[in-house]
Design a binder for this molecule. Sequence first.
Ligand SMILES: Nc1ncnc2c1ncn2[C@@H]1O[C@H](COP(=O)(O)OP(=O)(O)OP(=O)(O)O)[C@@H](O)[C@H]1O
Ligand SMILES: [Mg+2]
Length: 451
Amino acid sequence: MRWAAARDLFERVARWADQHSPQTLFARALIIIVVPMLLLQALSAWWFYSQRGDNVTNRLAILLVRDLRVLIALRADFPDDEHRAWILRSSAQDLLLFVSFRKGIVRPFRQPEYFDIAAREVQGALEADLKRPFYINNDVGGGQMLIEIQLNDGDVMDVLVPHVRLTFGSSFAYVLAQLGSALVLFGLAIWFMRRELVPIEHLGVAADALGKGRDVPDFAFSGGTREVRNAATAFHTMRIRLRRSIQQRTEMLAGVSHDLRTPLTRMKLSLALLPESPETRELADDVIDMERMIEGYLAFARGEGDEDPAPVDLAEILEDVAAGARRDNANVEVGSQGDMNVELRALAIKRCLTNLVSNALRHGTRVRIHAVRGRTSVEITIDDDGPGIPPDRREDVFRAFFRLDESRNADTGGVGLGLTIARDVARSHGGDVALDTSPLGGLRVVVRIPV
Ligand SMILES: Nc1ncnc2c1ncn2[C@@H]1O[C@H](COP(=O)(O)OP(=O)(O)OP(=O)(O)O)[C@@H](O)[C@H]1O
Ligand SMILES: [Mg+2]
């Protein structure tokens, strides 16, 4: 029970992190490397300064207090002016302690609010080692600390201690070394990571091209890690299998359609030789239907031909399709918006659009074609003012040979392959065809092609 809760929590944290971290593998990998590196450096810096630093300062404070003790003892042992002057001089010169003496009483010591490590350590050492009343001010300016010590005979010793005697110096070099090494390591990490990620990026490009039915660039996947190489190999195998299966389907379709034509032609001949009757007329209609279906199959199969995607002007294709329809006096409007230079299989797309426009004209009287360039795709919308298709039939009509209008009279229809082919073409480009209700009152067909 408790385990489940923990796992749940962990899961939620992971999901949160997933949503709030950058989306590229590169950035994430960098974070995975850089965050622990920074933490480690911060930790070692903290340890260095607080532990080692405190230690060193403590020793320095103890040494300082010992020097002060020696000075006090010397002064007591040599009361003559000449020696005392020598003590002041050499303590300033050799010990860096600026000493002076005066009559009086030291101020009572109260630890001020701002008190650094050095002052604290000096205070501790004075209390432990000297056992005399004292006063410390670590904020007298000039990079110095003032220490006043009560001597036995009613004298006060004032000492100005420069901070250099109490700090362990060049932390700048330490920080510089840390920053420098961090930068170098960081640069190396970026460089190696980039190298590792290139094959993954290539694989992404290749998969994208395959999905859009374009030529797959042949990248060398020889670099990279074993995982990436395996994925690349699997991808290549998949591509070959995919192509083979499409080819097989196409060839079979073409073969069957072709083979059926011969017996059909024979049947037509035999029918023509028979005396005319209602039965033979029905039979003849069926034969004509079958012929049309086979033509449709063949057209479908041909659609899978070897046309290669190439950059074309989609606006031109739209104009062509509209011009074709206008030849039959149809009312067709065309418009487009945005950059219409797209890489696609022009003949296939033309077929797809022609099918859709001829559907629209078969069921309505006005057709409007409009293409819009989006961020990742172009959308071609074909609107008509016909009866439309009820929402619950909109998936059915994409099935091969499916027709809403069951009567087989020649002016309402073909064989029921138009939408099937249209969708097949769009999908082979990585897009799709969707149906909706048109503002003109009839059907709206939206063809989306990723770019
Ligand atoms: N614009 C439209 N308005 C109303 N119904 C439509 C429209 N387009 C297609 N349909 C319906 O969807 C069915 C399937 O269309 P599809 O284009 O696949 O076949 P078809 O037009 O009957 O034959 P083909 O296009 O193969 O000559 C049509 O029979 C028709 O009932
Ligand atoms: Mg049609």
